[in-house]
Design a protein around this ligand. Structure first.
Ligand code: BGC
Length: 813
């Protein structure tokens, strides 16, 4: 497959610049980072929602459509007989110039045709429930241009799921109001809803449309709506069917002249008593106030500058200079940006997640916040409380919860036995970043039941105990429904294709299914728990916990070691999974990652052996696959993992999320060269350089899965953006490779480097202080810090104490 480049990085502006609209897959970006969000592709496809992509969907989107990526915020320009769109789609009229710049929560799309340039800046201003679209039209020709401009948005009837299925109702409920240049979408507002949406523009319009079929034509398509092709709006008023919002504006431009048009797609909630201005007329005060905030170029530019300044401040918290552009741009820009997005979205809305399926995952969100906590610790704090509130008194927890209600999701329930450990993982990361031990005293309910509150520390204790109260015959943790690998379903035994592997009855009664991965995870987070207890003066609890951690290490050494690598699990009947004895699936990545991270059997050489086995059996050109050999038949006793074709997803795909576990394991063993090689393989900027066509999905962020060596097309990426890979890549590079580790009383310096890394500087803001850390590695050492000085004074050890103010730290390896 010949590689083609569709774009390039622009580090100075923190943008990825797409120069060909026909990317191998829509390459998207996210607008908004608080309550209001939009997904936007490089051709302006996508949709917007308020807080919850399922329950408050503002605009409609068609997934997996033909052609791909249909529906979005579209502009049509009719210049004489030519009709075109600045983002190429939907018209697909060949452009004289096309460019899409995806930046930090904004996207700028520019198209040029026959001497007219249209450039649109899309962003969600801070503290705003709306998307601004600033369109600049410029006449670059020598003639006067008379242009007809049409905008277009299609409303979703709020609930994105029923919007796609309940047409006997939907086709009768749609309602709009039109006032001046603003179109209001008020479906169901008369009943229980107290919210509406609107789409306005800051100039008078010469026409509009709000009924889709009237605007487009029933058997016509987005590419060539009737109204646009004829250059004549219908001024339609939607009653049911599919309401839309389209403005019609006539523009005359002198040669060289440019004009701005500011469109705003907004969302409003009203108090029950203030819903109406008159009988059946919605109260528009809040919408008008929002429109007024963005009705001039100056106001919009100021809001945009504010957004950029906000990102300056976020990205100034951790900044590295290594001289390797590919590393620096990922660490300083894109990896941190993706962490913000995964923190906000969890696994809900992307071009692979429809936004109607999952809520927030208990384990997912705990991991996500580890990549985000240095950016806005207060939000991570709240997230921890929200997550812990969905826990049960025995330490088990709902696997997911809904972001709007923050309630546990009953459809999926609990019983995923790794889940509790992640709460320790997330909380410890928060305290190390902030030094805020008071979070441990927060009163947090179980299952959101008022009256059930205990301290967050108590939640951590029951989390820890949930593992030791659920041990199997080998004293290893019982797996329950599944551990991190949702698709290793050892207690499921499903022959019914109508059952979901995740929610089908969990036949754990009498099960001997144990997870070596949870064992490793427990040792890592258990050690963290012990250290936290000691640091907070809970010595008795620390002693108790340490005994269990030691016992778990012993159990792994005795029953979790296969000879050359760690076993993966025992099945329902007590048979080995991930053993050389097995025909397929002899070795799995998860237990190698967690047990090496935990350093189980480090002195006895188990860690090194396991890491070598990973290199020998799991590593390939594009990363480390999940298991090997891939399963070629369905094993009912293993479930979903064996249902996938070889090389995809959990069946021997490169599940990027777990590659960093091995990389951290390599750093535990001090193998800097191997750590770096593994890291580089899945680092987007390296993929960007030479594999854009094959990789297919966005080359500026990690994707969840890259097809593994057994796949039909190894190296093809899928499920970009919403993956724990973001947080893990961040955690790995910032703390374990570059070695800047927040700790309770300061920053621990502990890099693990390839020989070629001779020198670098990290600027780290930490609890309000600023540290400029120079690391020198003259002898090309992998690991081991020789000396550290703080503001010229030699330190005893590698812990740089937390002291307010500005500091210079010199590190020699
Ligand atoms: C889920 C994770 C899970 C992983 C591996 C992801 O899709 O969000 O919770 O750990 O798959 O199965």
């Amino acid at each position: 497959m010949t590689n083609k480049k569709y774009g390039h990085f622009d580090d100075e502006h923190r943008e990825y610049v797409i120069t060909d609209p026909q990317t191998p897959w829509p390459w998207i970006n996210y607008l908004g980072n608080e309550d209001f969000f939009s997904l936007i592709s490089n051709t302006a496809g996508g949709y917007s929602f308020y807080k919850d992509a399922k329950f408050r969907r503002l605009t409609r989107y068609r997934y997996n459509g033909v052609p791909m990526d249909n529906g979005g915020r579209y502009f049509y320009i009719k210049d004489g007989d030519t009709v075109w769109s600045p983002g190429w789609k939907p018209c697909k009229t060949p452009l004289d110039f096309y460019e899409c710049r995806h930046g930090m929560n904004y996207t700028r799309i520019t198209g040029r045709k026959d001497g007219v340039e249209a450039s649109i800046l899309f962003f969600v201003p801070l503290k705003t429930w709306g998307e601004v679209q600033k369109l600049t039209l410029k006449n670059e020709s020598k003639d006067v241009k008379s242009i007809k401009l049409f905008s277009f948005e299609e409303w979703c009837l709020w609930n994105a799921a029923t919007d796609m299925e309940n047409f006997q109702r939907n086709f009768s409920t749609g309602e709009v109001e039109i006032e001046g240049s603003v179109i209001y979408h008020k479906t169901e507002y008369r009943e229980r809803r107290n919210h509406y949406a609107f789409y306005g523009v800051n100039v008078p319009v010469q026409g509009f449309d709000t009924d889709r079929e009237t605007f487009i034509g029933l058997y016509n398509e987005f590419a060539c709506p009737d109204a646009v092709m004829e250059g004549r709006p219908r001024n339609s008023h939607a009653h049911g069917w599919s309401p839309i919002a389209s403005h019609y504006i006539e523009v005359t431009l002198q040669p060289g002249e440019a004009k701005d048009f500011i469109f705003l797609l907004g969302y409003v909630e009203n108090e029950q008593e203030e819903k109406f201005a008159a009988h059946q007329v919605i109260n528009k005060d809040k919408a008008k106030a929002m429109l007024a905030r963005f009705d001039t170029t100056e106001k919009v530019d100021a809001a945009f500058a504010e957004l950029n300044a906000y990102w300056d401040s976020l990205l100034n918290i951790y900044n590295v200079e290594t001289g390797n552009d590919k590393l620096d741009r990922m660490v300083n820009i894109w990896n941190q940006y993706q962490c913000m997005v995964t923190f906000c979205m969890s696994r809900s809305a992307s071009f692979f997640e429809s936004g109607i399926g999952r809520g927030m995952g208990f384990r997912d969100s705990n991991q996500d916040l580890v990549g985000f906590v240095h950016q806005i610790p207060e939000r991570a704090r709240q997230r921890i409380i929200d997550i812990a509130s969905t826990q049960f008194p025995d330490g088990g927890c709902y696997h997911q919860y809904q972001p709007l209600t923050k309630r546990g999701n009953n459809d999926i329930g609990g019983g995923f036995n790794d889940d509790p450990c992640w709460l320790i993982f997330g909380t410890v990361a928060y305290i190390k970043e902030t030094g805020d031990f008071t979070i441990l005293d927060e009163m947090v309910p179980f299952d959101n039941q008022p009256g059930s509150e205990v301290t967050l520390f108590e939640h951590l204790r029951v989390s820890f105990d949930h593992v030791i109260n659920n041990l199997g015959p080998h004293r290893l943790p019982l797996i329950g429904r599944a551990d991190w690998n949702d698709c290793l379903n050892l207690n499921c035994f499903s022959w019914d294709p109508n059952e979901s592997f995740q929610t089908t009855e969990n036949k754990s009664e009498g099960s001997k299914a144990e997870s070596v991965m949870i064992a490793g995870l427990f040792v890592v987070t258990g050690k963290d728990y012990v250290a936290l207890c000691r640091r907070t003066g809970r010595d008795e609890e620390a002693d108790r916990a340490q005994k269990h951690v030691n016992a778990m290490e012993e159990a792994v050494k005795q029953h979790g070691w296969d000879g050359e690598w760690y076993l993966r699990a025992y099945d329902f009947f007590g048979n080995k999974i991930g053993s050389d004895e097995c025909e397929e699936g002899k070795i799995f990545i998860e237990s190698q990652g967690w047990c090496t991270m935990a350093g189980i059997g480090l002195e006895e050489g188990l860690v090194g052996k396991a890491l070598d086995s990973v290199k020998e059996r799991l590593e390939c050109e594009h990363g480390i696959v999940l298991n090997n050999p891939a399963f070629t038949t369905y094993h009912v006793e293993m479930g979903e993992i064996s249902s996938y074709p070889e090389g995809y997803k959990e069946n021997a795909g490169i599940f990027c999320h777990n590659n960093p576990w091995v990389i951290i394991g390599e750093t535990v063993a001090g193998r800097g060269e191997d750590a770096w090689e593994h890291y580089k393989k899945i680092l987007p900027s390296y993929v960007e350089e030479d594999r854009q066509t094959l990789h297919k999905v966005e080359p500026y962020v990690n994707c969840q899965m890259v097809a593994g060596k057994d796949a039909f097309r190894p190296g093809e990426g899928k499920n970009s953006w919403l993956t724990g890979t973001a947080a893990w890549m961040w955690y790995t590079v910032s703390e374990f490779i570059l070695g800047i580790k927040p700790d309770y009383d300061g920053i621990l310096i502990d890099p693990c480097l390839p020989k070629t890394a001779k020198e670098y500087t990290v600027r780290r803001r930490f609890r309000g202080a600023e540290y400029e850390i120079h690391v020198q590695n003259p002898d090309g050492a992998s690991k081991g810090v020789k000396s550290v000085t703080l503001d010229g004074k030699a330190l005893d050890g590698a812990l740089v104490p937390f002291v307010p103010g500005k500091h210079v730290v010199e590190v020699i390896m």
